[in-house]
Design a protein around this ligand. Structure first.
Ligand code: NAD
Ligand code: TYD
Length: 342
């Protein structure tokens, strides 16, 4: 691929993909289209300062003019842009529909007009809903249970419909929970690591026995590059790390790496409609030759180390960003006031 559009490239996974693409394919032209919402951060793209094969466009994927400008001359599109936090979707879901459904539609329309050779829609394992035993395969029915996953499900199927109806070479990927450097500190791992560094309480929802399959973000980025070059249009691929861990165990692991006491754990009111467990079969992707490189032990050690070494990245968000502080207050103040020690 000569020129690749990375939408949402100023976020956590999109920026990791852009850095991976630059490292692995030094001749690729990279265009990033990002609205720079609270989750977008140009610090994540510092590597590209002065790079003549890189262009940043500030804009909304739901704005046809911005999309037209960014997609000009591109032969591949990877859509990372999304509203991504389940808890925020429970308090207000409008933006999720605007970006995760309507935005995907605008991108697909332009991709069809331009005639791109590949369109990868980055979807999520959450579109399947929860699974108490076993693991989801790509052909399982979709049963999203919160506004975030329902909106992502809309984008996922809309992307597929452009393959089935118009022959647009779309690939859909469904990844499990990512973690690693540059993770916005509203999600479980970066929130708990940064709170623990500052001896602040760790607000664990419910009984803490919810299970996610954790995928190191660099493994995800490599999987996407792999699928960009080797995936088959019209197909959907699960991308998982093969690391199922309970939230309480992750919390204890973080505290132990940092040498902090378990008394920081606070059991707080649960997330409504909280999916108990996600698990993915990645047999389809592994049969093509991809495998994750990071086990959870190695990945969590290096993630915690990154946050310890990069306070200059997260402190401005947690301490000075009004949007973060308002969110923290809204989602956690009452929960923490009525919390119990673990
Ligand atoms: P993130 O919240 O860190 O970043 C999202 C990025 O999209 C930000 O840079 C933001 O500014 C940008 N953005 C949001 N709305 C936009 C719009 N309307 N137009 C242009 N840009 C917009 O998200 P992430 O964790 O990096 O997730 C990236 C993608 O991967 C999302 O599509 C998400 O659904 C999917 N995904 C994430 C995970 C995970 O664990 N984080 C797992 C599976 C799938
Ligand atoms: P999160 O990082 O928000 O990802 P997702 O909802 O996409 O899985 O949450 C991961 C798990 O951690 C999930 O079971 C909810 C739980 N959680 C807490 O217990 N406390 C928190 O403050 C957060 C943000 C998440």
């Amino acid at each position: 691929m000569k020129r690749v559009l990375v939408t949402g490239g100023a976020g956590f996974i999109g920026s990791c993909f852009a850095r991976t693409l630059r490292a692995e394919r030094p001749d690729a032209e990279i265009v990033v289209l990002d609205k720079l919402t609270y989750a977008g951060n140009l610090e994540n793209l510092r590597l590209f300062d002065g790079d003549p094969l890189y262009r940043f466009v500030k804009g909304d994927i739901a704005d046809p003019e911005a999309v037209k400008d960014a997609m000009a001359g591109c032969d591949a599109v990877l859509n990372f842009a999304a509203e991504t936090h389940v808890d925020r979707s429970l308090l207000s879901a409008g933006h999720f529909l605007d970006t995760d459904v309507k935005g995907v539609f605008v991108l697909l329309e332009e991709a069809r007009r331009v005639g791109v050779e590949r369109f990868i829609q980055i979807s999520t394992d959450e579109v399947y809903g929860q699974i108490l035993e076993g693991a989801f395969t790509e052909n399982d029915p979709l049963n999203p249970r919160n506004p975030y996953s329902a909106a992502k499900c809309g984008g996922d199927r809309l992307a597929y419909s452009f393959f089935a109806s118009f022959g647009l070479p779309v690939i859909v990927t469904r990844a499990s929970n990512n973690y690693g450097p540059y993770h916005y500190p509203e999600k479980l791992i970066p929130l708990f690591v940064t709170n623990a560094i500052d001896d602040l309480p760790l607000p664990l929802y419910g009984d803490g026995k919810y299970v996610r399959d954790w995928l190191y973000v660099e493994d995800h980025a490599r999987a996407l590059l792999f699928l960009l070059e080797k995936g088959t249009p019209g197909e959907t691929y699960n991308v998982g790390g093969g690391n199922e861990v309970e939230n309480i165990e992750i919390t204890r692991r973080i505290l132990s790496i940092l040498g902090k006491p378990e008394s920081l754990i606070r059991k707080v009111a649960d997330r409504p409609g909280h999916d108990r467990r996600y698990a993915l079969s990645t047999a389809k992707l592994e049969a093509l030759g991809w495998k994750p490189r990071f086990d959870f032990e190695t990945g969590i050690e290096s993630t915690v180390r990154w946050f310890v070494d990069n306070e200059a990245w997260w402190r401005p968000i947690k301490e000075r960003d009004v949007q973060f502080r308002e969110w923290y207050q809204k989602n956690y103040a009452e929960r923490l006031a009525t919390s119990k020690p673990a």
